[in-house]
Design a protein around this ligand. Structure first.
Ligand code: ZN
Length: 351
């Protein structure tokens, strides 16, 4: 079969689906009505005057292994977008940093949300369902509760952090209690206006959003010296793999965020074998290199394709009809300016 070229015609669908990828940046959680710092003057004693806190990661995970930064703070006050790395891995008006995990199945395993700094819990909200908001109807349903299940912490001297989209029923702290840096607040979820499981962290000083990658007392623009507020060194990683695998039909992003297509075994009866990649932060001009390798070692599909526009979240796939049993391999590389950004290999047993 493979010797005949016509039978090698492979269904290539390098299709992009951009979904609404969002999360909300509310400065309020309305379960508890009091929102003024002035009601917690005692919290100012936590820090000496003028001391700037350092912030730890708000999630217990291995960054760039089992979690990733999906969106940064939008530094552009206009309708354009700009992240601190002079890139575009943010969206208009985004007031925080989104730490994502690959899917809802992983969410059920449980990733703790941690207090980024010592302080006093001001407000919490829980009870909102974890959903993947991917259409206007679902968006409408979370009006005024866009942050979902959340926590706000006062760190004194006007510093405040807010954690959004926690897993329903997971919040374990209460208002007016002290937390240490690293205290578990709850678990990562997808509640409120979230189209993927993540924790959104907003940092504010006297009500103004501060990008922790930029710090305070810096000049506007992305090409300026930064004074990171992070406790640890974090690298700008605007592009990376969310997940990759095989399916028997073209997947959707919502299905991938849900955690579908984790099987590494498929029946030979399937109509087509689809090799897919779910990637964050692709840019116009990036080149994807695809290979599909049959159980006999023969490369049955080998193609490069250039992306025609940028996407914060990207789903690409390729596939082949008329497959036969054995271990199939997919290889994917993403290239930018003639440099390899990342590559991923996956195998599936067809039987
Ligand atoms: Zn966010």
């Amino acid at each position: 079969m493979l010797k005949q070229k016509k039978n090698l015609i492979v269904l290539l669908i390098s299709l992009t689906l951009t979904l609404f990828i969002g999360c909300f940046n509310s400065s309020s959680l309305n379960n508890n009505s009091n929102s003024s710092n002035s009601e917690h003057p005692e919290s100012t004693k936590i820090l000496p005057p003028e001391q700037t806190p350092n912030f730890a990661l708000p999630i217990d995970c291995n960054l760039d292994q089992d979690c990733f930064i999906m969106h940064y703070v939008d530094l552009d006050p206009s309708s354009q977008v700009l992240d601190f790395g002079c890139g575009r891995q943010t969206y208009d008006g985004h007031k925080g940093t989104d730490f994502g995990i690959s899917d809802l199945e992983l969410m059920k395993v449980g990733f703790p949300v941690l207090a980024s700094a010592t302080g006093t819990v001001l407000r919490t909200r829980d009870g909102i369902a974890d959903e993947l908001v991917d259409n206007s109807q679902k968006k409408q349903a979370v009006t005024n509760k866009e942050c979902g299940n959340g926590v706000v912490i006062d760190h004194g001297n006007g510093w405040e952090t807010q954690y959004c989209h926690l897993h329903r029923g997971s919040i374990v702290v209460e208002p007016n209690t002290e937390v240490e840096q690293g205290t578990i607040l709850g678990m990562v979820g997808s509640s409120g206006l979230a189209s993927f499981p993540h924790v959104h962290l907003s940092i504010r000083k006297n009500g103004q959003v501060i990008d922790p990658f930029v710090g305070i007392n810096t000049n506007a623009g992305c090409n300026q010296p930064h004074h990171s507020l992070w406790l640890e060194s974090l690298y700008y990683t605007p592009t990376g793999l969310i997940r990759a695998g095989f399916a028997s039909q073209p997947p959707t992003q919502t299905e991938l965020w849900s955690g579908l297509y984790k099987n590494n075994q498929l029946s030979a009866d399937i109509p087509a074998l689809i090799f897919w990649v779910h990637v964050y932060g692709v840019l116009e001009g990036d080149v994807e290199k695809w290979q599909l390798i049959a159980p006999n070692g023969k490369v049955v599909f080998n193609q490069d394709s250039m992306l025609e526009r940028s996407y914060r979240s990207w789903l690409g796939y390729t596939g082949k009809r008329k497959i036969f049993p054995g271990v199939w391999q997919g290889e994917y590389q993403l290239w930018r300016d003639q440099s390899l950004v990342f590559q991923v290999n996956r195998e599936v047993l067809v039987n």
